[in-house]
Structure formats: structure tokens, C-alpha cells
Design a protein around this ligand. Structure first.
Ligand code: ADP
Length: 172
């Protein structure tokens, strides 16, 4: 029985994350999605919201669970019994960061292997930041995120409209 941990910020979860999670769930016996509590970047959603949005998107898979974690990813892996870390690779720029993290995580936890799954063509340029940018400009998110994420973005915007600066590169 192999358990894999898929760690990330997921602020918010996108169809790209879900594609990786579903494919990993088909490879490994059990997949734990680890939502990092304190990522080194500003997050829009609370940890609880990020966990809930991901969890609601994977209810169809009985071998996938979603939980928050703090601290080292390898410690989270150990605590859930995972021997594999799953990450997704999109463009070349992901590679350098993923390589660095895989090497460091292997040093911190030599018993844990990192496995990277290649993005699907339709999700190659999809990221949580792009989703937020498109939302701010009222673009269509239908193919990019599950419906509950769209609802959560709408609510976040309604609750705090002034914090939503429009990204210049998309604003024409
Ligand atoms: P981070 O941990 O860098 O904050 P994210 O939460 O954005 O990362 O993503 C978690 C993992 O999912 C990373 O390995 C990232 O490369 C991967 N990922 C994000 N978006 C996609 C996508 N569209 N296709 C494939 N993998 C993705």
C-alpha cells in the first residue's frame, strides 16, 4: 500500500491541480493532499477555505483526502505515512524549483521520493495566480476551476473589493 502526499498552496485549487490529483490517485493506493498553512506568498483564501475547496472537488475519489499542514513537507509526509511526494510540472521554469525542492526534500527525508507528473496540454499555463487575474478582469473561468472556486472568488471580491488590483498585463 503506497501513500503519496500532494503538497501545495492551492490558493485556490484549479483544474490543473485536480488533474494532477486525479492522475496520482489512479497510480497510488492513497493520496493525501497537503494544503500548506503558511506559504511564503500572500494568500487570498484562509487555510480552511483552501482545504474545503479542494475537498469538495475530490469527493468522487474515495482514496483521496485533504488536510492542512504546517512545517516541513517531509514531516507531513511521515505523519500521514506517505513515501512519495507528488508535484506537477508545467513549463520549464517549474523544473528548476521542483528540482531544488526534490533534492532538498530527499536530503531531509531520504526515504521519501518525489514524483513529478507532467501537466496536461489544456492546463499547461494554468495557475492559481492566473485564475485570480482572470477573475479580476471578469473573464470566464468555466474551464479553469470547479464551480465552488468561482463562487468563493465572487464572495472574496464582494467582501473586500478594494484589495483587488487589476493586473496590467491582462488589462490591455
Ligand atoms: P506551490 O506549492 O508552488 O504554491 P501550487 O499550490 O500552485 O504550488 O501547486 C502545487 C503543485 O501543483 C506544484 O507542483 C505545481 O507545479 C503544480 N501545479 C500547479 N498548477 C498546475 C497545472 N496547471 N498543471 C500541472 N501542475 C500544476
Amino acid at each position: 500500500m503506497v501513500t503519496a502526499l500532494y503538497p501545495g498552496s492551492f490558493d485556490p485549487v484549479t483544474n490543473g491541480h485536480l488533474d494532477i490529483a486525479f492522475r496520482a490517485a489512479a497510480i497510488f493506493d492513497r493520496l493525501v493532499v497537503g494544503v500548506f498553512d503558511t506559504p511564503p506568498k500572500n494568500v487570498l483564501f484562509t487555510t480552511e477555505q483552501r482545504v474545503e475547496m479542494f475537498a469538495r472537488s475530490v469527493t468522487s475519489r474515495s482514496n483521496v483526502e485533504v488536510r492542512a499542514y504546517k512545517g516541513l513537507t517531509v514531516e507531513c509526509a511521515r505523519s500521514v505515512g506517505a513515501t512519495v511526494l507528488v508535484r506537477g510540472l508545467r513549463v520549464m521554469t517549474d523544473f528548476e524549483l521542483e528540482l531544488q525542492m526534490a533534492v532538498l526534500n530527499n536530503r531531509l527525508g531520504p526515504e521519501i521520493e518525489t514524483v513529478c507528473l507532467m501537466t496536461s496540454a489544456e492546463n499547461s499555463f494554468l495557475s492559481s495566480s492566473i485564475v485570480k487575474d482572470i477573475f479580476r478582469l471578469h473573464g470566464c473561468l468555466d474551464q479553469l476551476v470547479p464551480p465552488q472556486v468561482k463562487e468563493a472568488l465572487t464572495k472574496a471580491y464582494e467582501d473586500n473589493p478594494e484589495t483587488w488590483a487589476v493586473p496590467r498585463y491582462l488589462a490591455g
